[in-house]
Structures are given as C-alpha cells and as structure tokens.
Design a protein around this ligand. Structure first.
Ligand code: FES
Ligand code: FES
Length: 158
C-alpha cells in the first residue's frame, strides 16, 4: 500500500506491506533507529514516538495506520541543534545508564510536559507506567523531568 506521512517535518511517501509495524517502518525503511524495539508486545515503551502530537507505542500499530499523520521520533526532537529541555535534563541529572530506554522515555515524557507543565513526582511516576527502565531505578529520570519543567517554565517567564 502507498502511504504518505510527515516524519520529523519532512514529507515522506512509501510503498509498504500492510502487515509492517510502524516501528519497523521507521527503523528499517526510513533508517530512524533512535526508536528502539524492546519487547514487541506493547509493554516496554522503548518504541514510543509522537503521532499527531500524542505519544504512542509504535510497535502497537501498523505503518498503514499512520497514513496521513504527523510522526515525530527522537531524531526530530531537537530544534536548530539545541537539545530539548528534557534531553538536557537527562544529561544533567544522569537519567541515562545503558540508554536503551531513553528515546522512548523522552518521547513519552515530553508528551507529559506538553499536557502538564508542572507535573508532581506522583504524576511523573504514573505517566512512566508504560515505560520500563532496567538500569536507573527511575529516580534520576524523575529529576530530569523536574529539571525540564523548571527550565521550560523559566523560558516562558512569569
Ligand atoms: S517495543 Fe513497543 S512497547 Fe516494547
Ligand atoms: S537506562 Fe538502561 S534500560 Fe533505562
């Protein structure tokens, strides 16, 4: 099937088999390997991307279901060479160990910050229910989100 979609601000068109998962399309057809595959069963969240501005697990949908959509992957998050505040937060707060979960964490948690500019620790941990990390114990990931929330608030001003 022919599909066309916008990926990270660029129009893309492709002929895909109807059974191809969105995550495989992103990684194998488009070479956007920042999006990871950790389980393939919808549990780990490493494959999280934005679809029309909402975070989704790209292993739970078919590429053809993204026809006409706007998709953002971790490769499309920085702007003009500047890391997103949350990417900076992961760096500053040591929220990364092996890094395998990080792209999915960042894509899920930036979605949280767009809906809740001042999430409580409870809200951050609740939002992380669908994203698994085997290394960090989550504590520094929570601090990374708090860092980003503060930075974004400062950039908006009082
Ligand atoms: S690879 Fe998609 S949830 Fe694990
Ligand atoms: S940093 Fe290793 S799985 Fe999260």
């Amino acid at each position: 099937m022919n599909i066309s979609l916008n990926i990270n601000g660029h129009a893309r068109a492709a002929d895909v088999e109807p059974r191809v998962l969105l995550v495989d399309f992103l990684r194998e057809t488009l070479g956007l390997t920042g999006t990871k595959i950790g389980c393939d069963t919808g549990q780990c969240g490493t494959c999280t991307v934005w679809l029309d501005g909402r975070s989704v697990k790209s292993c739970t949908m078919l590429a053809v279901q993204a026809d006409g959509a706007e998709v953002t992957t971790i490769e499309g998050l920085s702007q003009d060479g500047q890391l997103h505040a949350l990417q900076e937060g992961f760096w500053e707060m040591h929220g990364v160990q092996c890094g395998f979960c990080t792209p999915g964490m960042v894509m899920a948690l930036t979605d949280l910050l767009r809906h809740n500019a001042h999430p409580s620790e409870r809200a951050i941990r609740d939002w992380l229910e669908g994203n698994l990390c085997r290394c960090t114990g989550y504590h520094n990931i929570v601090r990374a989100v708090q860092y980003a929330a503060e930075k974004l608030q400062r950039s908006v001003g009082p």
